[in-house]
Design a protein around this ligand. Structure first.
Ligand SMILES: Cc1ncc(COP(=O)(O)O)c(C=O)c1O
Length: 351
């Protein structure tokens, strides 16, 4: 976990369950429509619409969290057995999922704006490349945000060569000025995953999956066969939080708290090669050559501090860079966060 729950969120759940209407209690116990209840799909469409890019509920389905939505998208789009282009460093969950689904990943180099169009052009010469997995807004683990122009360049290549795009927006909510997402910009080829695990709480197990209309039927079939639909009760509560301002309040608080924690990390690790998004819960620490990432991970583990080496995010055949990701949100207690970061700083600075 690299994002915190806020104190008192549980009390909101208790209150929300007290407010569930009598009618909703009955529906809560029934099998939901496999694509998700219409009210929740509409709520997702409203939540994810921008004035210039309105979304309709007929492109939104409900999955049981981000992993589930991603798996449904990959299965429904026919990616099993195919090749997907990714960033050189990408989400470890996607790497594991690809292994499970027999999907080959091919890494593309990037810069501070994200994947390089020239790198995508290069890998797509391989005819088995059928898709593109991206985290363009607050990348995990690097924290980068892809500007609109880069998004447009990648879309142009994807359109030209018939690639589908899979945007995983697990952390986009942390960026107040996020550009339009790929489902806004390229609705006919983009699958977009918006999990509520991080903006709200992991226990709600709810994600919106926006997809190109032509994949609706296959996605509904994947939802039916993988989970028989999402849990209606939590969907109902979640929709209320999105509509009544609770979600917006939590998101604003999480951004503020992340900014504060970034300040703590940057202070304690001053002088090191640290990067990260200013309102996110992870930082990327590039290490000097004489301190191999695996050694740092082991040394810290022995001292009770858990960090993740770059190898967990690195797509073969590339070698992992000598770097680690530090999570600023896994520890609720600030004192423990400071202790952990101080341990890292002590080792890195002792070199
Ligand atoms: C990039 C990314 N995608 C998906 C997930 C999984 O989301 P969920 O907990 O909703 O399944 C995570 C969780 O850490 C993540 O970082």
């Amino acid at each position: 976990l690299n994002y915190p729950l806020l104190p008192g969120q549980g009390a909101f759940l208790e209150q929300a369950l007290r407010n569930v209407s009598e009618e909703a209690w009955d529906t809560a116990l029934q099998l939901p429509p496999y694509q998700g209840p219409e009210e929740l799909r509409q709520c997702g469409a409203d939540w994810l619409s921008l004035p210039e890019y309105p979304l309709k509920s007929d492109r939104v389905v409900i999955a049981t969290g981000g992993h589930h939505a991603l798996m449904v998208a990959l299965m429904a789009s026919g990616m099993v057995g195919q090749t997907i282009a990714t960033d050189e460093l990408t989400y470890g969950g996607l790497i594991a999922m690809a292994k499970l689904l027999d999907i080959h990943l091919t890494p593309c180099a990037g810069d501070s704006d994200g994947m390089l169009p020239s790198a995508l052009q290069e890998v797509r010469r391989d005819a088995t490349v059928k898709g593109l997995y991206l985290m363009p807004t607050v990348h995990n683990p690097l924290g980068t945000v892809m500007p609109l122009r880069r998004r447009a360049e990648l879309i142009a290549i994807a359109r030209e060569h018939g690639l589908l795009i899979f945007e995983d927006d697990a952390y986009g909510f942390l960026e107040a000025e996020a550009p339009p997402n790929f489902a806004h910009l390229a609705p006919e080829i983009a699958f977009y995953i918006y999990s509520l695990s991080k903006p709200l709480a992991p226990g709600v197990r709810t994600a919106f999956l926006v997809l190109p209309s032509e994949y609706f039927v296959r996605a509904t079939e994947a939802l039916r066969l993988s989970a028989s639909g999402a849990v209606p009760l939590l969907g109902n509560v979640t929709a209320r939080w999105l509509q009544d301002g609770t979600a917006a309040l939590w998101i604003a608080t999480k951004r503020r708290e992340a900014k504060r924690r970034q300040g703590i990390a940057r202070g304690l690790l001053a002088g090191t090669n640290l990067s990260g998004h200013p309102t996110s819960y992870h930082v990327w620490l590039t290490l000097p050559e004489r301190l191999p990432a695996a050694d740092l991970v082991e040394t810290l583990k022995a001292r009770g501090v858990s960090i993740v080496g770059a190898s967990a995010y690195s797509v073969p055949p590339n070698e992992a860079p000598n770097a680690v990701r530090l999570s600023l949100g896994g520890e609720m207690e600030e004192e423990r966060l400071i202790r952990g970061l101080s341990e890292v700083a002590a080792i890195v600075n002792a070199l």
